[in-house]
Design a protein around this ligand. Sequence first.
Ligand code: ZN
Length: 355
Amino acid sequence: MVVTSERRGALAAGLTAVILALLGTPSAALAAALAAARVEPIIDMHVHALSADDQGPPPLAMCTPMDPMPTWDAGGKHQESFLEPFKHPACADPIWSPMTDEEVMTRTLAIMNRRNIIGVVSGRFALVKTWRAAAPERVLPSLMPDFPVRPGLSAELADAKKKGLITVLGELGPQYEGISPDDPKLEGLWAAAEANDIPVAVHVGPGPPGVAYMPGSGYRARLSNPLLLEDVLVRHPRLRVNVMHAGYPMLDATLALLYAHPQVYLDTGVIIYTQSRPEFYRYLKTLVEAGFGKRIMFGSDQMVWPETIERAIAVIDEAPFLSPEQKRDILYNNAARFLRLDAATQARHRAMGAP
Ligand SMILES: [Zn+2]
């Protein structure tokens, strides 16, 4: 493992504790110092295992935040304009995407190791399998079923769950197909997830700006309304749902959904780094002040820009309106409850951050 400055700090704290113990300081002090040096676990509910060219030919730049948002003059070829801000970023400190699939994985896993992150990782089966083999303790596999839903899906999910191949079903993106979550075409999917007690993670909200004009895209912004999930929830009361991207920017509808349906959780998703801090904080603060701090989960939506994970963690760490307990809830505790991780698993996650 690479010894980073943060790790070095942790090691130094641990060493100081040992020296103090040798000098005769009570062992309680040693225990406290070692605990302080431990890296607390984080659950990232929204990681993608993608190929380097999945978002377009690499390298591509990601600005955090995307400010100003892209401008299109409605002329010329849209596809080229669409990639323009990712080729010639407007920000001073963009994250440049890796050139190979291998590097997307190794750069992401290096951050997950350093920050003691356990990630719900979704993608094509083969890629998720590769990531899992590289970091079995850190990768919780999340799979996306083929669409339209096959009749045998429930049995397939049962088998995958038994083999430990699936923790979450997602990221489900019917919005990109122009399909509302309450469309009858998706009924088999919700029923299969509920029957197998597998949580679902549903894309609700922003896609890449302009994605509605990409060939084959059915994306419609109006399907960002999280209340479109309401009939699904009522029909499937045992279904666990993660509303990804926190239903942004539909704040009122998100508040209404959370209030009426106490089983619904959110992840922060891509808005944690694409929106400016004032805008993201306005959204998050309202959700927390409305009493939903126990149902917001950290999700970085890392795609092909591994370092977005650490920039996203900083957004939570530095939120001036969150208490240390609220930050821990968002970064770990809420997701642990949503995923129903047992005490032994949570203890293992804490131990994984030992210096
Ligand atoms: Zn995503």
